[in-house]
Design a protein around this ligand. Structure first.
Ligand code: HEC
Length: 397
């Protein structure tokens, strides 16, 4: 996961316009302030300013407002860069909430809090009907269209025997497939199904892809100050499941069960772990990690292995699982998840913080709980690897 991946989910197209329209509900309801949705006017299937085709998020926002007995208003902001959009709209109090932020992972530090997730969205492989790729191995020698700076681009780059054809927009990926220039397009599922339906008469097959970094629980983002609203919405969200499913069908986004293309992704226990965090109350900030640390086995405490074989094993596990968020070999330019700084940050408590964090996760921050996924021996191997690469100072990664 990268910040960019997340941003991709709230991206629209370049340019900045500002409008406030769509106030509904009786005018006399002055005592009931409208629920103001931050929305992109040109981002179908998610949102649009066309009342005939408002988009799945705009319609869902209206459902939520109805459940809260409030009118809905749309604040439109044509966006290109996610963080900037969030700052200029929601964090500037022009609107109250933004539907469609990824539930996993922090979003803009502590500025944005997210609701419980209401859906899962995935990347997908789009092919001609009758053609399927069930693994990366099956794509050997094939040409795969990927969007610039997307997760699939990064993943395909790890497979030198697959030819990546980089495009800038989802529509270009499908155009390349239609023209026979690629064998598949590996792209964001909702965009794929929407284009397939609107432009290609459902001529392509769409296979959603599961696993870490491919499938995301999707939630609603709020500014810190709107926590009370978030709690109110968390209460009504479970009752709106059927409404959202109806909208998924209406917009052609019900894609079926994702398959997993790689060994890492196949550890579906990881997905369950993330899903578990979903039912946990989102509100309570985690206790300071060091304070909550269980007493680790004495012989492990602060006692990493120096054995290169153990370090190599830890590195292998790390690169298989943790690297999706913390970077390959823990090289990560985002300083606050740069695990090369653990020693710099925690000194003698480094082991305690590590041990607590991997066993309990930080669900509210997007760090999964890995208990049951790895054995303590494996955690110790990961720790030994991390210990071997600690840096004194922050680097540019
Ligand atoms: C889905 C993304 C994700 C994955 C995968 C992930 N982490 Fe994390 N991890 C995070 C985030 C986000 C944080 C920062 C939490 C915070 O801000 O407090 C974090 C924090 C940590 C910390 C504490 C860092 C600190 O400075 O306090 C440790 C240690 C850690 N992760 C270890 C691991 C290990 C080991 C793995 C693999 C078994 C792993 N993580 C996999 C997202 C992830």
């Amino acid at each position: 996961m990268t910040r960019k991946t997340m941003m991709g989910m709230v991206c629209g197209s370049l340019g900045l316009t500002l409008m406030l329209v769509g106030l509904t509900g009786p005018a006399r309801a002055a005592d009931v302030a409208p629920l103001r949705l931050c929305s992109d006017p040109t981002n179908l299937p998610f949102s649009s300013d066309d009342p005939k085709m408002p988009g799945i998020y705009n319609e869902f926002g209206a459902d939520i407002a109805k459940a809260l007995h409030r009118p809905v208003a749309y604040h439109y902001y044509k966006s290109y860069f996610g963080a900037r959009t969030v700052r200029e709209t929601m964090l500037s109090n022009k609107c109250d909430m933004m539907i469609g932020l990824p539930f996993v992972g922090e979003f803009m530090g502590n500025d944005v809090v997210v609701s419980q997730p209401f859906a899962t969205e995935s990347y997908a492989l789009v092919t001609n009907k009758g053609v399927t790729f069930a693994s990366y191995a099956a794509m050997k020698g094939k040409r795969i269209a990927v969007q610039f700076e997307s997760t699939p681009q990064n993943v395909i780059a790890e497979h030198p025997d697959i030819t990546a054809v980089t495009v800038l927009k989802p529509a270009e990926a499908l155009a390349a497939l239609a023209a026979g220039k690629v064998d598949a397009a590996f792209m964001w599922g909702p965009n794929a199904s929407w284009l397939n339906r609107q432009t290609y008469g459902n001529k392509f097959a769409i296979q959603p892809i599961g696993g870490f970094t491919m499938s995301w629980p999707v939630a609603i983002g709020f500014g810190q100050k709107s926590r009370p609203l978030m709690h109110a919405i968390n209460k009504v969200l479970p009752g709106l499941k059927a409404d959202y499913q109806k909208l998924e069908i209406k917009y052609g986004l019900a894609l079926g069960k994702p398959i997993e293309l790689s060994r890492i992704a196949m550890r579906s226990s990881l997905i369950v772990k993330v899903a578990d965090t979903v039912t946990a109350p989102v509100a309570a900030p985690a206790a300071p990690a060091a304070a909550a640390a269980p007493a680790p086995a004495a012989k492990l405490a602060g006692d990493p292995s120096m054995d290169p074989a153990v370090i190599a094993k830890g590195r292998e596990i790390f690169d298989g699982t943790c690297s999706h968020c913390h970077g390959p070999d823990a090289v990560q330019s985002d300083w606050h998840i740069d695990l090369r700084l653990l020693n710099h940050r925690y000194g003698n408590d480094m082991f305690k913080v590590f041990w607590t964090t991997v066993h309990h996760g930080r669900p509210d921050k997007g760090m999964p709980n890995w208990t049951g996924v790895f054995t303590d021996k494996e955690f110790h191997e990961i720790y030994s690897f991390l210990h071997s690469i600690q840096q004194r100072k922050q680097t540019q990664g």
